[in-house]
Design a protein around this ligand. Sequence first.
Ligand code: BEZ
Ligand code: FE
Length: 290
Amino acid sequence: MSTNFSEARSQEVVAAAFANTPDPRLRRLLTSLVGHLHAFAKDVELTQAELDAAIGFLTRTGQICDDVRQEFILLSDVLGLSMLVDAMGNRTQGAATESTVLGPFHMVASPPRRLGDSIALAPGGEPTLITGQVLSTGGQELGGALVDVWQADDQGFYDVQNPDAVPEGHLRGLFTCDEHGRFAFRTILPAPYPIPDDGPVGELLAATGRHPFRPAHVHFIVGAAGHRPLTTHLFVAGSPYLDSDAVFGVKDSLVTDFPLVEDAALAAKYGLPPRFRHADIELRLPQQAH
Ligand code: BEZ
Ligand code: FE
């Protein structure tokens, strides 16, 4: 069989070039990728100008990346690829808390804090208490579980987007649960925000008539010995964009009420004003597969 390239045999000729890849998984990934890529190019009759534009787009996507800007994650997010990979890797059968996209703003380590601490290091925003418990899917309390949280402020900015105005670590915290898997922290109600849209991903959204907004949410990564780590959000019930998240991250089970409450005992315990928002949640982790 000739190894010469032709339009008709492009997939097999290029796949054959990868046939001796020693790692079987890498061989499968590349062979399948080439097959789908060529099928796509043939399907749309891709032109040289379009290929050049795509290469230019990916080049600019790389060029805008730095320690705090990760445009490739953003691209994967707006294409729904992040959520698809997440869904396939975290099939839960209903008992575990559902996962969602990590996003690009977990690029700085969350400062360790004590239970009940405030993660808000700058003034402003609506006082909010988040309490909860980490459990296994079987209901076992996961004492000592780690709960890593980060969120945007009431203007929709993360600390890393606003370094001159707020201290690093603002609205981030790493908590160790008590022996019953319980945790509590004070914060402010986050606002919806646009994903960074001043780069290539923003161009893509604009060219396709899509808005860049995400509904208001708080990010969580939860870990406990012997259990599968969970990356998820709490979405604020009633927030705009719950039905059109730019990165497809919303799951109904993650939409959480943050009612305005007047609870004198909780206010005194946590040093909150008389009226504050309160969300109380359970986070259920499946056991680690052996
Ligand atoms: C975030 O929620 O932090 C996020 C997720 C995906 C893209 C941009 C931001
Ligand atoms: Fe976010």
